[in-house]
Design a binder for this molecule. Structure first.
Ligand code: ADP
Length: 699
């Protein structure tokens, strides 16, 4: 600033060249320029500006320096002139020096007007010639940094103050909270207690907590809870409390069974409870609170209820089973009653008949004592007469047997044995020889063995009827049928042959009508053949002339053959016939008769099912027998018909069978043929679902 001041063109300024400056100005400028304290000098009526190096930093960058040197104050400090003008004038006009501390006087520096704080004094500098001030020396110090620091400090202080207030408020609140917590605990409608520190000293516990623990307040207050209730330690409560205390994790349990010693008595209480950690204002855990309810009564009641529900359930189940059994036995009972009523009905119809028949001499009674030492018969006069014994005679079973036709004796013996062993009812027809006149008589003999309470046979009781007339009629009818059938068979065989021959010839003629007609004729002839054979066989059977010609053959092969022939001859069937047959099942039987059994059963399966339903034939071995089954999906058979199906002339009469032709002899013949082979025949069926007919033959 010394250089700048010296080089400045003062000539041009209001105060002129330095040679003309008064001594006081030169001295003051000299002092100012050499001073290390920031100083400014305003000289003369225009208040021309001087300043030193120490003042320069306060002018900042891009501001007044060096432009304000030698300029009038009003121009140099234009922006603050209104502030400093009164102070300067005051000093110029002979007033007191001015001293101001940390005064805000914004100035233009660093490219903008900045808030700057000053501590300064304005003091007058006298003229050489007079005592009047010719200039004002401004000694100043910028205190902006100090002020800003102070302001910051103030702000911090304020914040501190606020924080202090907040802390005190919080502390107050905590106090309030603790007071509230105690209040809450005491008034809570559940068991609540506060444990302090990790010895879990009981700080407060409400009435319900004391009741739950079975303790008085003075027993537990200010004491470690686990010391007061040592039984909790073995139940894992120490670990539980420690865990909550250490981790701050809340523990809760529902319906936990806890053994508690209440007034010297160990009781199990079921408790819902929570252990929760409480922290001091620093976040350090220093207390645990427990909240709990004793739910023993509810749990016990519920368990009782569950128990009784389970009991009720099993009782209900038992009841359901008994009801079911009862219903079943009731149904059985009802069925039996119905059956019984039927029997009673029939009995009281047939009792009359019996009495009448016995009285009129069409029927006789015979009884034997089952004891072999006293097995004489007690017979009605009719029986003695029939067999040719003397009136009043009591023949032994042996004497009766000698009069039975030897062909039928084995059958009678077999049936008698069955009657005794299997307690079955006998109904047999056989011829006998009259002891007196040697004439053949046919009898129908029924009988049943009666037993004592220990199951020992006591009495055989039966009826005897003379059926000679009926039997002879039947035989005559059979003979007639046999004769007619036989007579019909010869032309029918020729007719079959002729038709077959013509069929072959016409095959290539291209006349489809004739071919089809011959086919149909052939099928009809075949059917007729079958019918006639049937009748012939029945008549042979009845007169004991049906002979079996046994040979060894493969049953599966026969089945295939019969089916093929069947399909060829009928040619009308849309029913597919599937066969599953095991390889080579060789049986010893009458091939032709078994073929007729198969043919009968297949024919029925087709006859009694819809045209598009499949038929399945299975042939396999079961144990020591060959077993064939023929299954259809046809009309099926009711259970009560199933029993009678194999009886002679038995046909089921219903709307399904009304239009299906038949005589009811097919199954009868099948059964006879199979029985003669010591085989078995039976059927299983469900109405509207279908039937399976089985027969088995010994291998
Ligand atoms: P039919 O000449 O009347 O067919 P069967 O002795 O062959 O004489 O049969 C006796 C009765 O058994 C038939 O009338 C029929 O009602 C019944 N039946 C036989 N086979 C079947 C079957 N597969 N499905 C339903 N009913 C059948």
């Amino acid at each position: 600033m010394g250089n700048l001041t010296r080089q400045y063109n003062w000539q041009e300024s209001a105060i002129g060249s330095p040679d003309s400056w008064p001594q006081s100005l030169r001295t003051t400028v000299n002092i100012m320029l050499n001073s290390k304290f920031p100083m400014l000098l305003f000289w003369g009526p225009e208040m021309i500006c001087f300043y030193n190096d120490a003042y320069r930093p306060s002018l900042g960058q891009n501001g007044k320096h060096p432009g304000i040197l030698g300029k009038p104050a009003a121009e140099a400090f234009e922006e603050i002139w209104s502030v400093i003008k009164p102070l300067l004038y005051q000093v110029f006009e002979g007033g007191e020096a001015v001293w101001q501390e940390d005064q805000l006087i914004p100035i233009f520096r660093n490219g903008h007007v900045e808030d700057v704080y000053w501590t300064f004094s304005y003091c007058p500098v006298a003229d050489d010639a007079s005592e009047n001030p010719a200039g004002v020396l401004v000694i100043c110090n910028e205190t902006t940094d100090k002020i800003l620091a102070y302001q910051k400090l103030e702000e911090k202080n304020l914040q501190l103050q606020t924080a202090i207030e907040a802390v005190s408020l919080a502390q107050q609140e905590i106090k309030e909270n603790v007071r509230n917590l105690r209040q809450i605990i005491l008034q809570a409608p559940v068991a609540m207690a506060l444990f302090e520190g990790n010895d879990y000293i009981v700080e407060i516990a409400n009435e319900r907590a004391l009741t739950l623990w079975g303790k008085k307040l003075e027993d537990v207050l200010e004491k470690p809870i686990l010391g007061c209730m040592p039984e909790l330690i073995s139940q894992g409560f120490k670990e539980l409390l420690d865990h909550v205390y250490k981790t701050g994790e809340t523990f809760s349990a529902t319906e936990l069974p806890v053994k508690i010693v209440r007034y010297d008595q160990v009781e199990t209480a079921y408790v819902n409870f929570v252990f929760q950690a409480l922290a001091d204002p620093d976040g350090k855990i220093n207390r645990l609170i427990t909240i709990g309810t004793d739910v023993t009564a509810q749990v016990i009641n519920r368990k009782k209820l569950e128990n009784s529900e389970a009991k009720l359930q099993s009782l209900n189940e038992e009841l359901a089973v008994s009801v079911e059994e009862l219903t079943a036995s009731n149904e059985e009972l009802e069925r039996m009653q119905l059956h019984l009523r039927e029997i009673i009905g029939r009995l009281s119809e047939s009792e009359e008949k019996l009495k009448f028949a016995i009285a009129t001499g069409e029927m006789g009674i015979w009884t034997w004592n089952a004891d072999p030492r006293n097995s004489k018969a007690s017979v009605s006069p009719f029986v003695n007469e029939l067999f040719g014994f003397l009136p009043g005679q009591h023949p032994s079973p042996q004497e009766f047997k000698q009069l039975i036709h030897p062909d039928y004796l084995p059958k009678v013996d077999e049936k008698l044995k069955e009657a005794i062993e299997q307690k079955q009812f006998i109904d047999l027809e056989y011829p006998i020889r009259n002891l007196q006149n040697n004439k053949l008589k046919w009898i129908r003999a029924t009988g049943k063995m009666f037993y004592d309470d220990h199951g020992v046979p006591t009495l055989y009781y039966g009826l005897v009827m003379d059926i000679t007339e009926r039997k002879l009629d039947e035989l005559r009818k059979n003979d007639f049928i046999a004769m007619v059938s036989h007579e019909l068979k010869t032309p029918l065989t020729s007719l079959t042959l002729l038709i077959q021959l013509m069929d072959k010839r016409l095959k290539n003629s291209g006349d489809s009508f004739t071919t089809t007609s011959f086919r149909k004729s052939s099928a009809l002839v075949k059917k007729m053949n079958g019918m006639i054979n049937g009748f012939l066989n029945v008549s042979r059977l009845e007169s004991g002339k049906l002979q079996m010609h046994k040979e060894s053959f493969d049953l599966g092969g026969l089945i295939n053959e019969v089916v093929e022939e069947f399909l060829f001859a009928t040619n009308h069937s849309n029913n597919t016939i599937n066969i599953t047959a095991a390889e080579k099942i060789i049986i010893d039987a009458d091939r032709e008769k078994i073929a007729s059994v198969l043919s009968n059963l297949i024919n029925n399966a087709i006859k009694y099912s819809a045209a598009d339903q499949p038929i399945h034939i299975n042939c396999t071995t079961v144990g020591n027998s060959a077993q064939v089954s023929i299954t259809d999906k046809g009309i099926g058979i009711k259970a009560h018909d199933l029993e009678k199906l194999f009886n002679r002339y038995y046909r089921i009469e219903n709307q399904h069978t009304r239009n299906i032709a038949g005589f009811g002899i097919g199954l009868y013949l099948c059964a006879e043929i199979i029985n003669r082979h010591n085989g078995k025949i039976w059927a299983e069926s469900e109405p509207d679902k279908g039937s399976t007919f089985y027969f088995s033959l010994p291998l």
